[in-house]
Design a protein around this ligand. Structure first.
Ligand code: SF4
Length: 300
C-alpha cells in the first residue's frame, strides 16, 4: 500500500492569514487570551491546538448576552466576515476588534453594497440573489451588507421556486453572487437556470465570486481522487467546504471516506496493494493530513 498527500490540500490563504494573526497576538500576550467570534477554522483538532494557546471561541449569542463589558479584551473576526452590526456590537461590549475577514470576502461585500445601490436606481428596483448556504456565516455577512434585503438560494430548486411563486419575474433586474466556497459546477447550473428564465439577458448581471483557490481545488481534487484507489478525506464535520469537496471525491471515487481525526480510520477500508490518497478541505491543517497519512501507513 502506498500513501500520498494531496499537494494542494491544506489551509486556504484566508484561513492562514486569520490563524497567523491569532498566533501573533497570543505570542505578544503570553498567558492572555484572544476571543474569536465563531470558530476561526472549522476543524476540531486545530481549534484544540489554538485553544491550548489561549484562543477562546464565542458564539454570536455569547456576544449579545454578555453580562459584563469585556473592556481590554480583544475579539477576532474570522475570514468569513460579519455584517456591519457585529462590529458595532463588539465595540459596544468593550472589545478591541482584529478584523481577519478574508480580502476576497471583503471585496465581495463591497461589490454587493454597490450592486444594491445600482438595483435601487431606475423605475423598477431589482433584486440581489446569493447562491450560498442559508445561515452560513459568510452568507450572513454578505446579506448583512444590505440590511438583509437579498434572496439566498442553496440550489436550483429553490431558485425555480422563486420564479414559480412570483418573488422573481422574468423581467426582474437581477445581480447574482455566490458564497466563495460553493461548487463551481453547481453555480454554473444555477446561472443557466436563472438565465433561461430571463426575457432580457441584459437584466441579469452574474458575479463570479467563487474563490479561485476553491475553484482550482475542485479541479485538482477530482484528478487526485481519480488517481487513487482509496481516498481519505479529512475535514471538520462543520466545514461547508469540506462537505462539498468530499462529495466531489465521492462522485469520482466510490472508495472515499470522510474522517475528522486519525482515530476514525478503519483497517477494512484498505487492501494490501492500494494506492491511498489523503486530502482535505480549505480548513484542514497540513499537520493533521500528515498525521492521518502516518497512521494509515501504521495500519499495514
Ligand atoms: S476560501 Fe477563499 S475566500 Fe474563503 S477564506 Fe479561503 S481564501 Fe478567502
Amino acid at each position: 500500500m502506498t500513501v500520498e498527500l494531496d499537494p494542494h490540500s491544506g489551509f486556504c490563504g484566508g484561513v492562514i492569514r486569520a490563524i497567523g494573526r491569532a498566533e501573533r497576538f497570543l505570542d505578544a500576550h503570553p498567558g492572555g487570551c484572544l476571543y474569536s467570534l465563531g470558530e476561526v477554522v472549522h476543524n476540531e483538532a486545530e481549534l484544540r491546538r489554538l485553544g491550548a494557546r489561549g484562543l477562546v471561541t464565542l458564539s454570536s449569542e455569547d456576544l449579545e448576552q454578555m453580562a459584563a463589558p469585556a473592556t481590554g479584551e480583544t475579539l477576532l473576526i474570522r475570514a468569513h466576515g460579519e455584517p456591519p452590526g457585529t462590529y458595532a456590537l463588539a465595540r459596544k461590549q468593550g472589545f478591541e476588534v482584529i478584523d481577519c475577514t478574508c480580502p476576497v470576502v471583503l471585496e465581495i461585500q463591497k461589490n454587493i453594497r454597490e450592486a444594491y445601490v445600482r438595483l435601487q436606481q431606475g423605475p423598477d428596483a431589482g433584486r440581489l440573489l446569493i447562491f450560498g448556504k442559508i445561515g452560513h456565516a459568510e452568507v450572513l455577512g454578505l446579506v448583512g451588507q444590505v440590511d438583509g434585503d437579498a434572496l439566498v438560494v442553496e440550489d436550483c430548486a429553490q431558485a425555480e421556486a422563486l420564479f414559480a411563486n412570483g418573488t422573481l419575474q422574468s423581467d426582474t433586474r437581477l445581480e447574482l453572487f455566490s458564497q466563495t466556497t460553493m461548487s463551481p459546477d453547481a453555480y454554473e447550473q444555477l446561472i443557466a437556470l436563472v438565465s433561461a428564465h430571463m426575457t432580457d439577458p441584459q437584466r441579469l448581471t452574474v458575479h463570479r465570486t467563487i474563490c479561485s483557490q476553491v475553484a482550482s481545488r475542485h479541479r485538482e481534487l477530482s484528478e487526485f481522487a481519480l488517481q487513487h484507489d482509496v481516498v481519505v478525506f479529512v475535514s471538520g464535520r462543520e466545514s461547508s467546504n469540506g462537505r462539498v469537496l468530499c462529495a466531489l471525491c465521492k462522485a469520482v471515487n466510490i472508495r472515499t471516506h470522510h474522517i475528522s481525526a486519525p482515530d476514525e480510520l478503519q483497517r477494512i477500508w484498505f487492501h494490501a496493494d492500494d494506492r491511498v490518497g489523503v486530502c482535505g478541505a480549505t480548513s484542514t491543517p497540513l499537520w493533521l493530513l500528515e498525521e492521518v497519512a502516518a497512521r494509515i501507513k501504521d495500519l499495514q
